[in-house]
Design a protein around this ligand. Structure first.
Ligand SMILES: Cc1cc2nc3c(=O)[nH]c(=O)nc-3n(C[C@H](O)[C@H](O)[C@H](O)COP(=O)(O)OP(=O)(O)OC[C@H]3O[C@@H](n4cnc5c(N)ncnc54)[C@H](O)[C@@H]3O)c2cc1C
Length: 369
């Protein structure tokens, strides 16, 4: 246990790695280029589909009660049973960092790891955990930076000031015939929300990145948000395919750096937390070569389901998406299969899979452990 670990990045993955090192009595130093909680690009939905995480210890804005899906019409799905919160990530991360400091973890803010000081870090510490997001420092050094874009959902997002009272304790997700992807409104309060749009990864269909912001503005207009005041503009990549190689000499990739976000929606806080933890456990048991296999096993139940869903979704027309939403909504409301009957035979399996997926989420997806 006397291994010394350097962690690059104080996002969810880096903080989780540091917490696990502390728990196991290992010596860890965390290097963050800015200040903890600064510059976060996220809609701040904390979703734990595998039920392997404790609820956020701080910064909870609300537990999500309903998810509104919009295609042609709008459908309210109850999120009862789902472990889904909207959080204030800066507050949550700062709280975690404070607890780590109290436990003796050295957190060095304002210390960016660059190509220049990276070799030194690798020499000084037994292990380096790269949790620097996407693209990670390691990809610049080892030359795999280009891996990420084609395997990522690409997103555009604003924080808007406006009236979001109609979405109290709820979030909204929308679809359009114009692109393969989805649009979201995740309120932070009655008067503020993250409003964004994601195109699916390239493997699920063509995408034109220049159109991303145009599509977002079109959706904002459809939601009567064209005049809303823009507080912040962000967006970026959500890498959704685990890298074939996660260990580079004595460096281990975790979180976004490892390509760990959902291929279905791009959310990655949960996988960042779990991979940060798993990387440290692998070091502690001297089994780093089994780290990737361990993650595959851990995430398999959700990734298999999500990849199948996204494959079916990307092969569906807008009308088919509408039909599936209408049918599943009716089933979940206990109103029978009426809306499903006009669906063509090849659509029924999609509706069934979505229905099972929703039920599984409400009951909890079993993890590979
Ligand atoms: C627009 C958008 C919306 C999203 N919404 C959601 C959502 O609602 N729910 C969800 O679960 N996920 C969401 N995600 C994905 C989520 O943000 C990431 O999966 C998650 O933040 C990954 O955590 P991480 O710790 O791996 O990386 P990050 O959160 O990116 O943290 C990396 C840290 O490393 C630091 N760093 C970077 N380079 C260096 C360096 N050279 N030296 C030192 N420090 C460095 C950064 O400052 C940062 O603190 C969203 C992503 C985007 C782009």
């Amino acid at each position: 246990m006397n291994q010394r670990i350097a962690i690059i990045g104080a996002g969810p993955a880096g903080l989780a790695a540091a917490a696990e090192a502390l728990r196991l009595g290992m010596k860890a130093a965390l290097f963050e280029r800015g200040r903890v909680g600064e510059g976060i690009r996220c809609a701040e939905g904390f979703f734990d589909p595998l039920r392997l995480l404790a609820p956020p210890e701080a910064g909870i804005r609300f537990k999500v009660q309903s998810l509104y899906f919009r295609a042609k019409k709008e459908y309210e799905f109850s999120t009862q049973g789902l472990r889904l919160w909207i959080i204030d990530r800066a507050q949550w991360q700062q709280h975690r960092a404070k607890r780590l400091r109290q436990g003796g973890v050295e957190i060095r803010e304002g210390e960016a790891i660059s190509r220049q000081n990276y070799p030194l870090l690798r020499e000084e510490f037994d292990w380096v955990i790269d949790a620097s997001g996407v693209p990670p420092v390691t990809s610049l050094v080892y030359g795999f930076r280009d891996y990420y874009l084609p395997h990522s959902l690409v997103t555009a997002q604003y924080v808007l000031s406006g009236d979001f009272t109609h979405l109290a304790n709820s979030i909204k997700v929308g679809f359009s015939p114009d692109y393969r992807g989805y649009f979201w409104i995740f309120p932070k309060s009655e008067t503020r929300a993250s409003v964004g749009l994601a195109f699916l990864a390239e493997e699920y269909g063509p995408r034109d990145l220049d159109r991303l912001w145009t599509c977002l503005h079109r959706e904002m207009a459809a939601e009567a948000l064209a005049e809303a005041k823009i507080i912040e503009r962000s967006g970026g990549l959500c890498p959704a395919k685990m890298l074939p190689r996660l260990v580079w000499d004595n460096v281990i990739l975790v979180g976004d750096a490892a390509g760990l976000t959902s291929p279905l929606h791009g959310g990655g806080i949960d996988m960042a937390l779990l991979s940060g933890r798993e990387a440290v456990r692998a070091i502690a048991r001297g089994g780093v070569e089994g780290y990737r296999k361990g993650l595959e096993k851990l995430f398999k139940p959700r990734l298999v389901l999500e990849k199948e869903l996204v494959r079916l979704w990307s092969a569906s027309s807008f009308e088919e998406v509408e039909g599936v939403l209408a049918g599943v909504h009716s089933l979940l409301k206990g109103k029978g299969i009426g809306p499903l009957l006009p669906l063509s035979r090849h659509l029924l399996p999609k509706a069934y899979l979505f229905f099972r997926c929703w039920q599984a989420l409400q009951g909890g997806l079993a993890s590979g452990r």
